[in-house]
Design a protein around this ligand. Structure first.
Ligand SMILES: [Mg+2]
Length: 337
């Protein structure tokens, strides 16, 4: 089981780093630049190292918020755990902008833990909504909207919520949706986050991938304004079931670019369903499209890394992954929580 926890966070980081050079490129440009097989190895900055981006950085801050909140996560009341999550994201904001939020000035919250990792201070295309929402000084919640964003910055950071042992899939859905709603107020910004955490929680409980997805879609159907997210997932499931063995980069594009929450989750679910036993093939499929390749790579890597465990991640990627020991330690912390 520990290998599944480390696999989830390391898998997400590997997918993030692999997809980073392809973010903002159209598929024909990706194939022209990296060859007909697309991106298959780390190439960013030409040094061959796996450089993580904001997706992994924020995922680590989610994990840190979870570890600080501890038992408060189990009460079912967002007001118990959201302040810790919010503080953690404000710490991330500080790493990216130097901005010192009022809330952090009153407490010694600018040092220790993740703040000691210089790699987390590197700016790797941080999402505008995440930056502006956190800079606003207002904390969003599902009931208190602060913008109308449905970017994928909510879903790409919440995988650790699905790993909390004391949370049922229903509770994991709620916690992750609230964590995403801190910055993303549109339902298609926060519901995909809830769905990803619930999906991981169902996998944690031993359900096979397909059944975990079906059960997640049932949970999603109970939420207000779920239509866009549910439709995107249904399309992903139906495309994957008719494309077993023959997925292609251009098919992935039929699910959109992954810039929005529901598209990023749908692309990731599609890629995971196409190759449920093959981390490498699924993640390569997830990053080679005309869109937010690092986020779809990160989410696909979270799902398959959790399903298959760390040993399923190719060692040529793990060996070159930035801050892999720190990522592994964070996963171990979630495991013993
Ligand atoms: Mg990114």
């Amino acid at each position: 089981m520990l290998s599944k926890y480390t696999g989830c966070l390391l898998g997400g980081a590997v997918g993030d780093a692999l997809g980073a050079p392809a973010e903002f490129l159209f598929l024909p440009d990706i194939l022209h630049r990296f060859g007909p097989g697309g991106v298959i190895d780390f190439i960013e900055f030409s040094d061959g190292l796996g450089r993580i981006t904001d997706d992994t950085q924020m995922t680590l801050f989610t994990a840190e918020g979870i570890l600080k909140a501890g038992n408060k996560l189990l009460t079912g009341f967002p007001e118990d755990y959201l302040p810790e999550m919010y503080t953690s994201y404000l710490r991330w904001l500080h790493t990216q902008s130097g901005f010192i939020p009022q809330q952090l000035m009153e407490k010694p919250d600018l040092t220790g833990g993740l703040m000691e990792l210089k790699e987390l201070f590197r700016r790797r295309a941080p999402g505008n909504t995440c930056l502006s929402a956190l800079q606003s000084g207002k904390m969003g919640t599902i009931d208190h909207s602060i913008n109308d964003s449905k970017g994928c910055g909510g879903v790409m950071r919440v995988a650790p919520v699905g790993l909390i042992e004391g949370l049922s899939p229903e509770m994991a859905f709620r916690v992750a949706a609230e964590a995403a709603a801190i910055t993303h107020s549109h339902p298609s910004g926060y519901l995909p986050a809830g769905a990803l955490a619930a999906l991981l929680a169902f996998i944690r409980k031993g359900f096979p991938l397909e059944e975990a997805i079906t059960r997640t879609m049932t949970l999603l159907g109970n939420w207000k304004d779920h239509g866009e997210v549910l439709n995107a997932l249904a399309k992903a499931v139906s495309m994957a079931s008719s494309m077993i063995g023959t997925p292609s980069f251009s098919l992935t594009e039929k699910l959109g670019g992954g810039w929005t929450g529901e598209e990023a989750l749908a692309i990731s679910v599609y890629c995971a369903l196409c190759f449920p036993d093959d981390f490498e093939k699924a993640v390569i499929l997830s990053v080679n499209h005309s869109g937010d390749s690092d986020s779809t790579g990160a989410i696909t890597g979270n799902i398959l890394g959790f399903l298959l465990g760390e040993e399923a991640i190719p060692s040529r990627w793990l060996e070159k992954l930035e801050i892999r020991e720190q990522i592994r330690r964070m996963a171990e912390g979630l495991f013993i929580l």
